[in-house]
Unconditional design. Sequence first.
Length: 461
Amino acid sequence: MGAEQSVDQTQTPRQQNLLRLQQSFLDLRFGLFIHFNMATFQNLEWGDPRAPTKLFSPSKLDTDQWLAAAKAAGMTYACLTTKHHDGFAIWPTKTGGASVTTVDVVRSYVDSCRKANIRVGLYYSILDLRADIRKFCITPEKIVFVKAQLSELLTDYGAIDLLVFDGWNAPWSRITYEDISFEEIYNHIKSLQPDCLVMDLNASEYPTSGLYYTDIKSFEANAGQLLPGGNILPAQSCFTLTDQWFWKEGDDKGRLKSVEQVVNDWLYPLNKQFCNVLLNAPPNREGRLSPNVVERLHAIGKLWKPSPMKPVRPSINIITPNLCHRQPIYASASRATFGPDFVNDGVLSHSWTLPPNEHSGWLEIDLPQNPSFNTIVLFEPVGRWKNYSETRISSYRFTALIEGSWKEIVPKSRVTKDEENRIHIHQIRPISASRIRLEIDGKLSLPEPHVADIGIYNEPV
């Protein structure tokens, strides 16, 4: 499915600033991902949270070497794993969490970035096995702990250009944006550093055609999250130069991705589709990049010649909760096993559809709290099945029950050929409503249409 969205074009000041930051990020094109943490010393991908903190002991830490190799590869930004899923922090945190005590790796890294004129990125895992921050164990105190650690990273180390989250709203961590509020964390970050781009590795959980809970669409290619053809959203795709994320015994003489694969298969085609490449090269237990890795990065820099990035198109990122999530929902009619509650259950792989041979119908959602909102999203699952390769909706409109009267809030909109693979995002004047209604007309030449999700949001302006 092509990664496109139909978006109302009026840009708020916040969106204008985000567009500027997205363009600046895409102009960077190529970055160094640095997985270096407790797992490095355990020959693991996830560190064992029971390990003593003294096990993390790089004997020849040389962050200048990391960034010199990045510079030679033509990289212009970097991202360091400040805390991975086991919960060990490689800066001396004052929050009481497990951390380094004799060396501040984050300090050394950011200083080296600035000496090399490379933009600074940090990675932070919400999942924290040492602090027991995991599904069903979230408490207000643990949210305070997360915010305190982020405050340290965003106040003690100068300007941070990007912050990448992991272990959040992922199928293997299951910590949702309700367990730990994305909106709260996002606003906390922006209050400390307004120009810091926030990214979550959540591309597998949301439509590739929408910026849900992130400033940049982030794909973990090693996990099978691939950039869709025709992408126009600002994006980043993460790859590994070695076989895995963290350094392993044998990597010093192990297999590396070829120069041609990195340059010709990843950099050139992805950059043309508004997507940066973040290539992981893990330091060894000494705290240095192995000679074979350094040599390969230099060779990449000799082959790759970046071309100018095209101007990014305006897009709307969703950062607030869906206000119609799990509210009472009704339909004009439904096909068996495809009921209306699939539209607002929070599972975007579900969908509602009309009975066979019916092409027009409606959905209504009760909003008992009479919430205020200013953004409406309609998502049709184009491309989910082989026989659903194009939109089946010819037109739609939204109305709302406001103080006892139905009023049109999104006029009848026709889905054109250019919009067949898009989610539809509408910014409206702020309203409060007790019920919303979607009316759709399907294409008579195609089977009955599906609706995968309706979202209403009260987004910041």
